[in-house]
Ligand binder design. Structure first.
Ligand SMILES: C=C(O[C@H]1C=CC=C(C(=O)O)[C@@H]1O)C(=O)O
Ligand SMILES: [Mg+2]
Length: 461
C-alpha cells in the first residue's frame, strides 16, 4: 500500500473571482524511470511537460500537464511578478518534512529587449508552470503528486478523475521502463550566419579595444532538419545517456521543446544557503589522459581565458557580497571537465541575508559576464547589434523553486530548441580584447557537440 498525503489550502490569485484552493496529493511509488514517466505523457500532455535533473543526480523532477501557468507580459518586472504570484499561490501551504513539495518550474528568456523573433516568436519573457502530475525522485525515493488549483465547486470529482489518470500514468511508465530510442536522422544542417559571426568577433574586439565594453559574449546558431517526426522523449533519452555530468533539462511549451545539458549553475538555495558557480574560459578535451592534462594546464595558465573568467568571479562575488551575511570564494579557479570540453570553474557560496530570495538573486545575477558581458548594459547593446537571432532561453536561467524559498537555476547553455521538424542549436563564447575569430569559432564548434550528438548530427570524435 502506498503512503498518501492529501491537503488543500486556500490561494490568492488574480486569475480567480472567488476563493480558490490548491489541492495536493502525494503518494510514494516504487522506483520509476523519470524518462518513462515523461514519455507516458506523450499523447495527452505534449507541449505541457518538463524534465529536470541536477548535476549531482540527487534530484530529478518531471512535470506532466499544467495545473497553473505563470507567464509574464511586457511592462511588469518579470522576476518580481513571478515571485509575488508564486507567494500568493503557496502562502498557505504547510510544509511537511517527509513530503515532495510542489514546485514551480520554468525560465526567464535571455533578453526581452531583443527584437528578433525567429523560433522564439510568441514565447513569454518568463514562463513557469505548476505541473498537474509531478514526479520527484530524491534520496532514492520516488513520489508522484497531483496538483489541482481551482475555484470550481466540483473539485472533488475533478480530483477523483486526476487520481485515475495518475494511476494510468504510473502504469504506462512502468511498461515503458526499458524502452530505447533511435537517434534522429537529420537531413539537413546549416551553420547560420557564419560569415557574419566571424566578422562580428572582429568588430566586437574593436569595440572592446576602444573601451566601449570590456567583455561581450557573442553567440550563434545552427539549424538541423529531420524528415521523420522527432519526439521529446527520444531526444531527452540521448541527452540523458550522453551527458551525465551536466544539468539536464527539457521544457515544452506548445510545439516547442527547449532542452540541453549545462555544466553551469546560476544559483542554488537550500535553507538560506546560496551557491553559485563561475564557469568561463574553455579548452577542448585531450584524446589521451596526458594530452587532456596538458590542455588543462594550458587553460589554467592562459591569460585570455583567465581574463574571461575573472570578470565572472568579480560580478558574482559582488552580488553575493550584497545579498549575503557571509560568503566564501576560492582564490584560484579549478578545472571543470565534461565530455567535450574543460572550463575554468570557481564555486561561490554564502549565507543569504534574511530578506534575500532566490528569485532576487536570479534577477541580480542574470546575465553574468559568462553569458552577457561587462558592463552589462553595454554588452547587451552590442549583443543586440551583432547577433542576428533571438537567444530565447539559451544562456538564460532555467530551473525551479518551491514554496519554502529553496530552488535551483542552471544557465541554459549547451542547449537547443526543437520545433516540429526543425532544431536550432546555440553556442557562444566570451570575447575579450585579445580574442581571435577563428579560435572563437572553433570553441563554439566544441560547444555545439553535446546537442549535435544527441540530435544525430555528425561529430568527429
Ligand atoms: C556561452 C557559452 O559558454 C559560456 C560558459 C562557459 C565558457 C564560456 C567561454 O569560455 O567562452 C562561455 O562564457 C556557451 O556554451 O554557449
Ligand atoms: Mg571562451
Amino acid at each position: 500500500m502506498h503512503q498518501k498525503w492529501f491537503k488543500a489550502t486556500e490561494v490568492e490569485s488574480s486569475s480567480f473571482n472567488s476563493k480558490a484552493s490548491f489541492y495536493i496529493e502525494t503518494i510514494e511509488v516504487s522506483r520509476l524511470s523519470a524518462l518513462a514517466f515523461f514519455a507516458a505523457g506523450e499523447s495527452k500532455y505534449k507541449g505541457q511537460r518538463f524534465f529536470w535533473q541536477n548535476r549531482e543526480k540527487t534530484l530529478t523532477i518531471v512535470g506532466l500537464g499544467h495545473a497553473y501557468v505563470l507567464e509574464n507580459n511586457k511592462g511588469l518586472n518579470r522576476f518580481n511578478h513571478i515571485e509575488e504570484e508564486w507567494k500568493k499561490l503557496t502562502k498557505n501551504i504547510v510544509k511537511e518534512e517527509r513530503e515532495a513539495q510542489p514546485i514551480l518550474f520554468g525560465g526567464f528568456t535571455f533578453d526581452p529587449e531583443n527584437e528578433h523573433k525567429g523560433e522564439w516568436e510568441g514565447f513569454p519573457e518568463a514562463f513557469f508552470a505548476v505541473a498537474t502530475f509531478q514526479l520527484t525522485i530524491q534520496h532514492d525515493k520516488a513520489y508522484v503528486s497531483i496538483h489541482l488549483i481551482t475555484d470550481q465547486d466540483n473539485s472533488a470529482s475533478i480530483f477523483d478523475s486526476l487520481r485515475q489518470e495518475r494511476d494510468y500514468l504510473i502504469h504506462a511508465a512502468q511498461v515503458r521502463e526499458l524502452k530505447t530510442y533511435e537517434k534522429p536522422l537529420p537531413t539537413n544542417y546549416h551553420e547560420l550566419y557564419k560569415d557574419e559571426y566571424l566578422d562580428s568577433i572582429q568588430k566586437v574586439t574593436g569595440h572592446i579595444k576602444s573601451k566601449e565594453a570590456e567583455k561581450v559574449v557573442i553567440a550563434r546558431s545552427l539549424s538541423m532538419e529531420f524528415d521523420d517526426m522527432v519526439t521529446s522523449p527520444q531526444i531527452l533519452s540521448h541527452v540523458i545517456h550522453e551527458q551525465p555530468e551536466s544539468y539536464l533539462f527539457g521544457l515544452e511549451r506548445e510545439n516547442l521543446l527547449f532542452f540541453g545539458a549545462s555544466p553551469e549553475r546560476l544559483v542554488k538555495v537550500v535553507h538560506g544557503q546560496a551557491y553559485s558557480s563561475c564557469v568561463a574560459g574553455s579548452i577542448k578535451r585531450g584524446k589521451t589522459a596526458e594530452e587532456d592534462h596538458a590542455l588543462g594546464q594550458i587553460l589554467l595558465n592562459d591569460a585570455k581565458n583567465l581574463g574571461e573568467h575573472q570578470y565572472v568571479v568579480e560580478m558574482i562575488v559582488n552580488t553575493f557580497a550584497k545579498n549575503c551575511l557571509e560568503y566564501k570564494v576560492p582564490k584560484h579557479p579549478k578545472l571543470l571537465k565534461i565530455r567535450d570540453i574543460q572550463h575554468l570553474f570557481t564555486p561561490v557560496e554564502g549565507k543569504l541575508s534574511p530578506n534575500a530570495t532566490i528569485l532576487q538573486l536570479v534577477k541580480s545575477l542574470h546575465p553574468t559576464p559568462a553569458l552577457g558581458g561587462v558592463p552589462r548594459q553595454e554588452a547587451l547593446a552590442i549583443i543586440r547589434q551583432y547577433e542576428p537571432m533571438n537567444r530565447g532561453l539559451y544562456a538564460a536561467p532555467i530551473g525551479w523553486i518551491d514554496a519554502e524559498g529553496n530552488g535551483e537555476f542552471a544557465v541554459a547553455i549547451r542547449s537547443a530548441a526543437l520545433i516540429d521538424h526543425k532544431a536550432y542549436l546555440y553556442a557562444g563564447g566570451g570575447i575579450v580584447a585579445d580574442s581571435e575569430p577563428i579560435s572563437e569559432y572553433e570553441e563554439t564548434l566544441v560547444k555545439f557537440r553535446p546537442m549535435l550528438r544527441a540530435l544525430g548530427g555528425e561529430i568527429n570524435e
